[in-house]
Design a binder for this molecule. Structure first.
Ligand code: ADP
Ligand code: TRP
Length: 322
């Protein structure tokens, strides 16, 4: 049985772009019956940026709640917090001592981040070593990631192969799988929706705030009776990702014929988001009132992950001479 493993950055409440672009496709993949799935919140990686204990905790909780609310099946998926299995940091050290500094210097993601952040710490630099440990510790076969993370999977494969050549078979060598071929979901300013751009639609917010976010979507200034270009309109783009074929057809027709104004299109989008994500929103609010439930789900996952991690580490230590 193939083991699929992926890590989730914990950086606050996931927005509609994260949900449609990452959460839903990952959950779909983890529900494939012929494979088993490991899904974890990468809260040790978050420490490269977040140095406030309450914020770190809150982010992890909100991220986990959102994934659970969107349908992670904890019976089928080993869903856990990275920091609950400190074995990963030990493995990360062994891997770091095997990977050439000159190669790590070439990491695109580090170059990107270090030119944008003020706080460029060593953890940010060795981030790919912890990521490699996340993967090799659990004998993953397939790692679904966005294109920006492909180089990190290449590093992981290289270290695994080098170790195996030097010490004999220790690690399973994983394959990557690119998940994001689809276009980015635009935010309310028509740019890529992103937490850092303050342009998100947060489906987990209350009705009044959700409505305000949608009403702020930027459009051109065509009035109600003018024909409109649906293909360049953010309201239509988002609507078409969550509505049925007949609803999309109707909306398109109204745009082309000039029989709908942007205000009414936004109202339809608001209603669609509410009805489409009714369950997810309810569950998220339940978790907010009952954080122990989220903790206990993560704990069950951590126990399963821990037992897999211990086995690998025992194997590694004995090969290395410890
Ligand atoms: P953000 O830009 O909001 O900080 P992240 O970089 O944390 O989002 O991305 C988390 C996941 O969500 C990644 O897999 C990323 O590809 C996906 N994602 C983020 N923004 C979008 C978007 N606007 N459309 C589609 N997928 C997105
Ligand atoms: N670095 C990944 C990202 O930014 C998150 C991550 C951490 C990850 N560890 C991983 C993804 C292991 C896949 C496998 O999205």
């Amino acid at each position: 049985m193939k083991r699929i493993l992926t890590g989730i950055q914990s950086s606050g409440i996931p927005h509609l772009g994260n949900i449609l672009g990452a959460i839903q496709p990952s959950i779909k993949l983890s529900n494939i019956t012929e494979s088993e799935s490991f899904l974890f919140i990468a809260d040790l990686h978050s420490f490269t940026q977040i140095k406030n204990a309450d914020a770190l905790k809150q982010n992890t909780f909100e991220t986990a709640s959102a994934w659970l609310a969107c349908g992670v099946d904890t019976e089928k998926t080993v869903f856990y917090k990275q920091s609950d299995i400190p074995e990963v940091t030990e493995l990360s050290w062994y891997l770091s001592c095997f990977f050439p500094y000159n190669r790590l210097k070439l990491a695109h993601a580090f170059k990107d981040k270090s030119s944008n952040f003020e706080n460029v710490n060593c953890g940010l630099f060795t981030y790919p070593m912890l990521m490699a440990a996340d993967i090799l510790l659990y004998d993953a076969d397939v790692v679904p990631v966005g294109k920006d993370q492909l180089q990190h999977i290449e590093f992981t494969r290289d270290i695994g192969i080098k170790f195996n050549n030097h010490y004999g078979e220790i690690f399973k060598i994983p394959d990557s799988m690119t998940t994001k071929d689809a276009d980015y979901i635009p935010g309310i300013d028509n740019q890529k929706m992103s937490k850092s751009k303050n342009n998100v639609i947060n489906i987990f917010d209350n009705d009044s705030n959700l409505r305000k976010q949608i009403m702020r979507i930027q459009t051109d200034s065509k009035n109600i009776n003018e024909p409109k270009d649906y293909s360049s309109c953010t309201i239509f783009k988002i609507f078409s990702l969550i509505a049925s074929e007949s609803e999309i057809f109707e909306m398109k027709k109204n745009y082309v014929e000039g029989s709908i104004g942007y205000g009414d299109a936004k109202k339809l989008l608001f209603e669609k988001i509410k009805s489409n994500f009714k369950n997810e929103r309810e569950k998220f609010n339940e978790f907010k009132l009952n954080p122990e439930e989220v903790e206990s789900k993560l704990k069950i996952g951590s126990e399963k992950a821990k037992s897999a991690a211990k086995k690998t580490l025992k194997r590694v230590r004995s090969k290395l001479g410890y």
